[in-house]
Design a protein around this ligand. Structure first.
Ligand SMILES: [Zn+2]
Length: 381
């Protein structure tokens, strides 16, 4: 039997905070590597003086999570544009590239990036069928619902319930979820019904919210760049869609709280343009937030005030968003971007991609312990 200590800048086993300048001690018997313990490097060297130290890379961690993707956009090229222009001028112009083939390509990229789970927004039925039945990677596939017209809410809700009934029978490794697109592209009537249905069915939810400054402007004044976008997609007047008027005291988060959507504990995507009051509300409802720093940079959304979320005890996760706005589906590249863009340390980012990621999807975060195989961990070079 041989003993080894694998060392890295940061080591995490899923418990507490990641350790800096730490290691994993392993015993090697006939090629099988079994974990003996995790600790700061100097402590491991005292505990296992005979063990050879081998530096493996920057981080040793359980398989991380990419908590927010749009796999069906994987064939749409990357483009940086302000958010209010990105959907109409880029996504809508490339609709023909969207679909199952793109989702399959995206899923392969995800698998090659060494993740343990993923959360994907699904806009096509054939993509949902594929993800639920053909994928071995654990995750959640959130069916996207989008309609700002409350007169269509009943019809869309009936169709959604029918789909959910069918898809729930297909769930294996990938679980079914729902994603009302944003607070301004789904009518208040439909938002409330979707949230209530999700709560009763135990379905996880993801909602894009407070992504770009123009979204905040829309809720406060009813003006700004998003009004042109809404007109373009023939959305009804805001008062009709929301059942209320914009107000300087309002924010997208407060609106979701007012509609009791937050009672269904949706995972909130982006939450870049939020006040401390918004963060307090998010904390009060126990929602998790997924940040996509590269996408936020490309679409000129700003940077997530992560310290405010940390202050109020809100769990954060990372996602790449689509490769068309994030650049790739590789969570390691998103983690590097977080370090560059958010003035955050590696320990924090590692916690986000592991514990935060699994919690964002409603999955149990992994805990790797003494006696487990070293192969249950992964290494970031
Ligand atoms: Zn997204």
């Amino acid at each position: 039997m041989e003993r080894l200590i694998y060392a890295a800048d940061v080591v995490y086993n899923g418990v507490g905070l990641p350790l800096e300048q730490a290691g994993v001690a392993v015993s090697v018997v006939e090629g099988t590597q079994t974990i003996l313990g995790f600790a700061k490097l100097e402590m491991l060297q005292v505990q296992f003086p005979e063990a050879r130290v081998q530096r493996l890379g920057r981080v040793i961690l359980p398989r991380p999570v990419n908590a927010h993707t749009h796999l069906d956009l994987s064939s749409v090229p990357f483009k940086a544009l302000p958010y209010p222009r990105w959907i109409p001028e880029h996504v809508m112009q490339n609709m023909a590239l969207r679909g199952l083939e793109a989702a399959k390509i995206g899923l392969n990229h995800l698998k090659n990036s060494g993740i343990g789970a993923f959360g994907d927004i699904v806009a096509r039925e054939e993509v949902m069928d594929f993800l639920l039945t053909q994928t071995d990677l654990p995750g959640v596939a959130y069916w996207e619902v989008l309609s700002a017209d409350p007169s269509k809410a009943d019809e869309i809700m009936t169709a959604t319930v029918e789909r959910v009934r069918r898809w729930r029978k297909l769930e294996r490794q990938v679980k079914l979820g729902l994603s009302p697109h944003t607070p301004f592209t789904v009518s208040s009537k439909l938002l409330q019904r979707l949230a209530e249905f999700a709560r009763l069915e135990g379905l996880p939810l993801q909602i894009h919210v407070s992504e770009h400054p123009s979204e905040l402007e829309l809720f406060k004044t009813g003006t700004g760049a998003l009004t042109a976008f809404l007109k373009n997609v023939n959305a009804p007047p805001l008062e009709t869609s929301w059942g209320r008027t914009p107000s300087p005291a309002l924010s997208p988060i407060k609106y979701l709280a007012e509609l009791r959507v937050l009672e269904a504990k949706p995972t909130l995507i982006h939450a870049v343009n939020v006040s401390e009051e918004d963060v307090r509300i998010i904390a009060q409802y126990g929602c998790t937030v997924v940040s996509c720093p590269r996408s936020n940079e490309a679409l000129e959304c700003g940077s997530i005030p992560w310290k405010l979320f940390a202050k109020h005890g809100v769990e954060l996760a990372l996602g790449t968003d689509s490769s068309a706005s994030g650049g790739s589906l590789d969570i390691r590249e998103e983690a590097s971007a977080a370090l560059r863009l958010l003035e955050v340390d590696l320990k924090q980012v590692v916690r986000w991609v592991v514990k935060g990621g699994y919690r964002a999807l409603g999955l149990k975060p992994p805990v790797v312990q003494r006696g487990d195989l070293f192969s249950s961990l992964t290494v970031w070079e």
